[in-house]
Design a protein around this ligand. Sequence first.
Ligand code: NAD
Length: 491
Amino acid sequence: MNERYLEVAGVKVSPDLYVDGKRIACTTTFENFSPIDQRSLGMMSEAGPQEVDAAIEAALRAFPAWAALGPEKRKAYLDRFAQEIGKRADELCVLESNDAGVLLSRMRHGVVPRAMLNLTHFAAHALTLQDRVIDTAQATHRVRHDPAGVVAIITPWNSPLMLATWKIGPALAAGNTVILKAPEWAPLTSSLLADCADAAGLPPGVFNLLQGSGANTGAALVADPRLSRISFTGSVPTARKIAQAAGANLVPCSLELGGKSAFIVLEDADIEQAAATGALMYRNAGQVCLAGTRFLVHERIRDTFVETMRMNVASLRIGDPREEGIELGPIIHPRQVDRVQGFVQRAVDAGARLLWGGRAHPYGAQYFEPTMLTSVQQRDEIVQQEVFGPVLTLQTFTDDGEVVALANGTDYGLGGVCYGETQHAADVAEKVRTGFIWVNSFGIRDLDAPFGGVKRSGIGREGGDWSFEFFCDVKDVMLPKQPFRASFSHR
Ligand code: NAD
């Protein structure tokens, strides 16, 4: 590989694209900043139409041989890819913490192990898809999951390594070749991932990396009719553009989008537990798609719940995400800080009351106090729109019908949390229109379970078989049980 490196917090990382097994430097570049202290982390190559074309050509060339390898040999490659991630775990942790502001401890204990599992788990799962047979009186149906072709993967900045591998794992395991478009506000771990793919010996063109803005690089990629699939995680406005581009070429796309999920606390909930979990909604400075950001609390327990959660929130430690013991880090970008502040200001102007927070945090320009707003109406912007920052709302209800109506009263439907007596909470949870909902818990993820949203929170599901349904062409090879006699009256 062409060795041109940036040095970020002692870690060497390439600023360039990775196409056809080679690093490519571009004349167009963009500057990448750390959210921790706004220092420049260096200039990154930005792919234009020529590099997008080169990546698609490389992926197309690599596709037939990769597809023909079969799942067992691909599993060996993906297991090696995961091992390479493991070898570079410390570097990946340091990079993503500096680049995206994710807690170093979370990178170590959560994200990197999960990134490895995203590759090994789906590689193993692909083996179970072979030779599924449906036997009927008429025929044996051999159901095949054939690789689809070249897959474009587009990821956001809030958890770049986890989200990239969550898609790359099943896409490659299924026999597709991949072009990853890294998020421009946090591109560094995607670049190191390309080094890991290279060290694992993935054949040239099987995994390619593009960098650059959505408007330039992303738009050129998703407009290309040679793609067979587009897998996107990001915001609703971007999803609309991608769906339009994909629609023009009839390329199937999977869309994992934003949320405005309910956090329901029923009258029979364990308030201590609910309040402790409630404080977790500020994780990653609230930049988590699946956080329950709308608290719906039974009127009778409202005051006790608010005071208990206030104590939990007051003890949160805010600061440099690289330091031990810190629980909340920075917001990704000054533009995002302004956006968060704007939401809070407009809500207060419209009559909302701050229970806590509401301002920039003294630790630094990109840090924001954990915030809770009450006296809000269901139609208010702050209740309806995703903030993607440490800002929550609190409303009350008096019966189950009302809380279900409030929970369902937005255009989103990604996650949800419901605290209460187990059966009661499960009954209420079943009535919430959402992709998934945790009862008396939060954040449990199993890679074989379906993940995705309803309404404006997305189209499609990822995880287990659902990932492969999307990344594969499902084909039925039919063998009749009786000798077939051609006849026009035959159905
Ligand atoms: P975004 O939509 O602005 O950007 C996401 C990616 O899309 C980036 O890589 C960007 O460069 C690219 N992009 C932008 N315009 C494009 C275009 N026209 N064509 C192709 N690509 C384009 O989102 P963001 O601000 O990076 O991320 C935050 C959003 O992501 C939030 O809404 C959050 O809820 C959502 N999210 C969802 C999930 C989920 O699993 N449902 C997970 C994490 C984040």
